[in-house]
Structures are given as C-alpha cells and as structure tokens.
Design a protein around this ligand. Structure first.
Ligand SMILES: Nc1ncnc2c1ncn2[C@@H]1O[C@H](COP(=O)(O)OP(=O)(O)OP(=O)(O)O)[C@@H](O)[C@H]1O
Ligand SMILES: [Mg+2]
Length: 240
C-alpha cells in the first residue's frame, strides 16, 4: 500500500474548505498548503478554529465544502500522528502504551522493544516506563504522548498546544523534543498561544481569525512585518 510507506503524503492541500459543526461555521474558505520538512505554527485567539484545522489536516474532520488532499490523494496517509492537548492514554504502563501503538502500526517484537527504549529515553522518561500511565503527572503524560509519536516515526506530526499545562522547564524540554523530531525529517504542524515558542521553533506561521486564514507567512517575516491586521494585533498582544 503506497500510502502507508511512501514519503508522499505531502503536500497537504486544503482548497476552498468550510467546516460546519452543528449550525456553526467553524472554518471558512480555507486555502492552505502544508509542505514537507517545515515546522508550521498555527496562531490565533481562543475559538479561532486552530484545533479544528489540525483535525481537518489530520483527516479526523471532513470538509463540509471544498477538499483536502495528501500528496495529491484523497485518502489520508497512515504515517501521520497527532498529540492532543489532553493526551489520550490507555490504562496500562507507559511502555505498554507505546507497545500498543506500535502493534497497531505493525511493529512488534524486538524492533518494538528497541523503539520503545529509544523513544522513552528521547523524551527523558525511561525511569517511569513501568508506571501506570494514568498516575503520571501532566508533564509526564505529555512527554509520553510525544514518545508515542516519536516511536511511530511519522511523516507528519500534529501537535495541539503540547505545552499548555506544563511548567516552563517542562515546556522547554518539550520544545527540544519537537525540535529533534523535526530534525529527523518529520513535518510539524503545531498550535500554541505562546508566541515566544513560535519565535524559537517556527519556519512558517499561519494566523487564524474567526475561522479564516488571515495570513500564512515565513516566521522571520511574520515577526518583522506581519502581513495582516490580525497578525499585528497578535504581536501587539504579546507586548502588552
Ligand atoms: N463539534 C462542534 N460543534 C459546534 N461547535 C464547534 C464544534 N467544534 C468546534 N466548535 C466551535 O468552533 C470554534 C473553534 O473551535 P476550536 O476548538 O477549533 O478553536 P481553537 O482555536 O482551537 O480554540 P482554543 O484556543 O480555545 O483551543 C469554537 O467556537 C467552538 O465552540
Ligand atoms: Mg484548540
């Protein structure tokens, strides 16, 4: 199955897309192209539609109008992973959570054991491998979710505010992990409310406002001269 193995699920192209949920138009007239090997940050106020856009790109939400394609195909490729703001973990040990995710991806036995050890150590939680995931602290759970994403070696990784509930030290550690995953060749799409984080990590910035893309700009440009009024307001907010 070419979709499962080929490095060809990119670019992700969203064309003229609306997402309507209930009687709310959550996303409106979205045109967006996510290209390979870049870290794209989605910025915008609460309720702008950031999480919904991530879900659309990941294939969890279907367009009401318009289309999403992955490498020119209408089928979402398997080699994508998403880290949700509140990690979804199974009632078993940290290591067993990783083993389960790998088994679903067809990775078993010694190869799974090797990847689990590597992933736990890459996020610095090898000491808690046998602890039940449900008793881990928020920061540990977030790292475990990242370890799971790391172990799956996805082509594209979506991260929805992965540092929202973390202390500054843990947040910086997670940023380092995101950086390392990107350096391995994984394309990253991430939301955050922390502009400093986007400054440190982003190659590209997408500003969402009331369900619309206000701008999609290279990060260096965005922080120098945002192209949109919404982008300017966002940067102003940071200075207050
Ligand atoms: N299934 C749904 N039914 C109705 N409304 C929805 C649904 N999903 C999202 N919405 C609404 O769409 C808007 C955007 O939601 P979304 O979660 O994408 O925003 P967000 O930018 O991620 O916000 P936050 O910064 O608070 O995480 C919100 O007003 C939300 O209430
Ligand atoms: Mg959200």
């Amino acid at each position: 199955m070419a979709d499962a193995t080929g490095p060809d699920g990119l670019p992700i192209v969203v064309s003229g897309t609306d997402v309507v949920a209930g009687d709310t138009r959550v996303l409106a007239a979205i045109d967006l192209r996510i290209v390979a090997h870049r870290r794209t940050f989605i910025l915008g106020p609460n309720g702008a539609g950031k999480s919904t856009l991530l879900r659309l790109l990941h294939g969890l939400v279907a367009p009401t109008r318009g289309s999403v394609t992955w490498g020119g195909r209408a089928m979402r490729p398997v080699r994508q992973a998403m880290v949700f703001q509140r990690p979804v973990l199974l009632r078993r040990s940290a290591a067993a959570n990783l083993r389960h995710a790998l088994a679903l991806a067809g990775v078993r036995g010694k190869e799974a054991t090797r990847r689990i050890a590597e992933a736990l150590s890459s996020v610095g939680i090898e000491a808690i491998a046998d602890r039940p995931a449900r008793v881990l602290s928020g920061g540990e759970q977030q790292r475990l979710a990242l370890a799971r994403a790391w172990a799956l070696a996805p082509e594209v990784l979506f991260l929805d505010e992965p540092t929202a509930s973390l202390d500054p030290t843990a947040a910086r550690a997670v940023e380092g992990i995101v950086h390392d995953i990107g350096a391995r060749g994984t394309t990253i799409v991430m939301t955050t409310h922390q502009l400093a984080q986007a400054r440190r990590l982003a190659d590209d910035v997408v500003v969402l406002s009331a369900g619309r893309v206000a701008e999609h700009t290279q990060a260096v440009e965005f922080f120098r001269h945002p192209a949109s009024e919404e982008g300017r307001q966002f940067l102003e907010g940071e200075r207050l």
